[in-house]
Design a protein around this ligand. Sequence first.
Ligand SMILES: [Zn+2]
Length: 443
Amino acid sequence: MMNMKISPLLIYSGRIIDPSQGIDETGSLLITEGIISWLGKGEMAPTQPGYNVLHAQGLIICPGFVDHHCHLRQPGFEEKETIATGTQAAARGGFTTICCMPNTNPPLDNKTVIDYVKSVAASEGVVRVLPIGCISRGRKGKELADMDELASAGVIGYSDDGEPAANSRLMRQALDYSLALGLPIIDHCEDTALSEGGVMNEGVISTKLGLRGIPNAAEDIIVARDLALAQLTRGWLHIAHTSTEGSVDLIRRAKDKGIKVTAEAMPHHLTLTEDKVIGCGTNAKVNPPLRTERDIQALIQGLNDNTIDIIATDHAPHTEADKASGFTLAPFGISGFETALGSLMSLVHGGQLTLNTLIAKLTGEPAKILGNKHGKLGTLAVGAKADVTIFDPDRNWVVDPGAFTSKGKNTPLAGSTLKGKVMATISQGKLVYKDDSIKLEAI
Ligand SMILES: [Zn+2]
């Protein structure tokens, strides 16, 4: 590494939206030695020779996005994604902190493999990577992983994602630990006996296509069980990828009762229906499956009344060969980093979510769930590490998976026009992504 002094970077004259500080106005931001050193409103900005200036007129400047749920595939599945390619794709999507799920090979169920992920992320990653540890040893659902060891290794929570914590007794024990450790148990809620063999949402389309469906009840049943266990233990339950109207209702009622539960929803579940399976085939195969308009409306309402705390991507890259193996055999998952903002902006343009709410659900709110152990995240507060995303809310672009940085080209959005595009991403003070059309000049 060259020991080069980085010039101060001035992000000049954009609309600064930082829900963590209640800011929404035109202004500029100065980054010095990786830290946000100045934030000012209006047209005035300190400029000195030696500064780099990024012109943000007409653009939104907000805290870097924080993704609570993604799959980086390393170690074990490097043909699908690596920490290097995954973090580059995250940067293109405006994400500066990403939490990776432990369903790797070996799975992230001990300190050695957590340390491995952290060291690869430090040397090859371009954004901050925070690992999630397994709930059970080997993700086998039989006995708890060493939760204390994982906590001291720095995990931000526990999950057997890809699989639910099917054994209620094990889930209870995990929630007991979560209370002691102050970290969430993130459950992939699926009654696998009920969903067995299912490849898409159970409904009119699955019947028409002759494909086995996964009913909403497969999710609702486990959400209800987990909420009962969270009430029993007073542990911290986090519901991964909420996809059904029933789950939203259950979580809302649980929050009213004071049960400690947080929940996330994904861009694809908020914007796409089961119809996408027709035409997109296995690129629309995801778990939980794309549901119906009714579920989408319930999720959006959940975001607006804070039943759903955050938006996360569930970025789940696969190879083209994996996805070409037919609807029954192909793995579940959508490559999500690079289309997240563009898809979500359709909710803002459609008047269903305000821009401020969307940004809060991608920045300050997920940062709250992470707490302050990893520094001040999800904020443009002076003194915080400079994680900044700059985007154009009105820019139209056509999704071309061939141009993705992610190795995963598996998206049901190929060829779609999205309105809203990330223009630059600054992670810990470094410009890690910049669209060609945004002007950067040294003065
Ligand atoms: Zn999952």
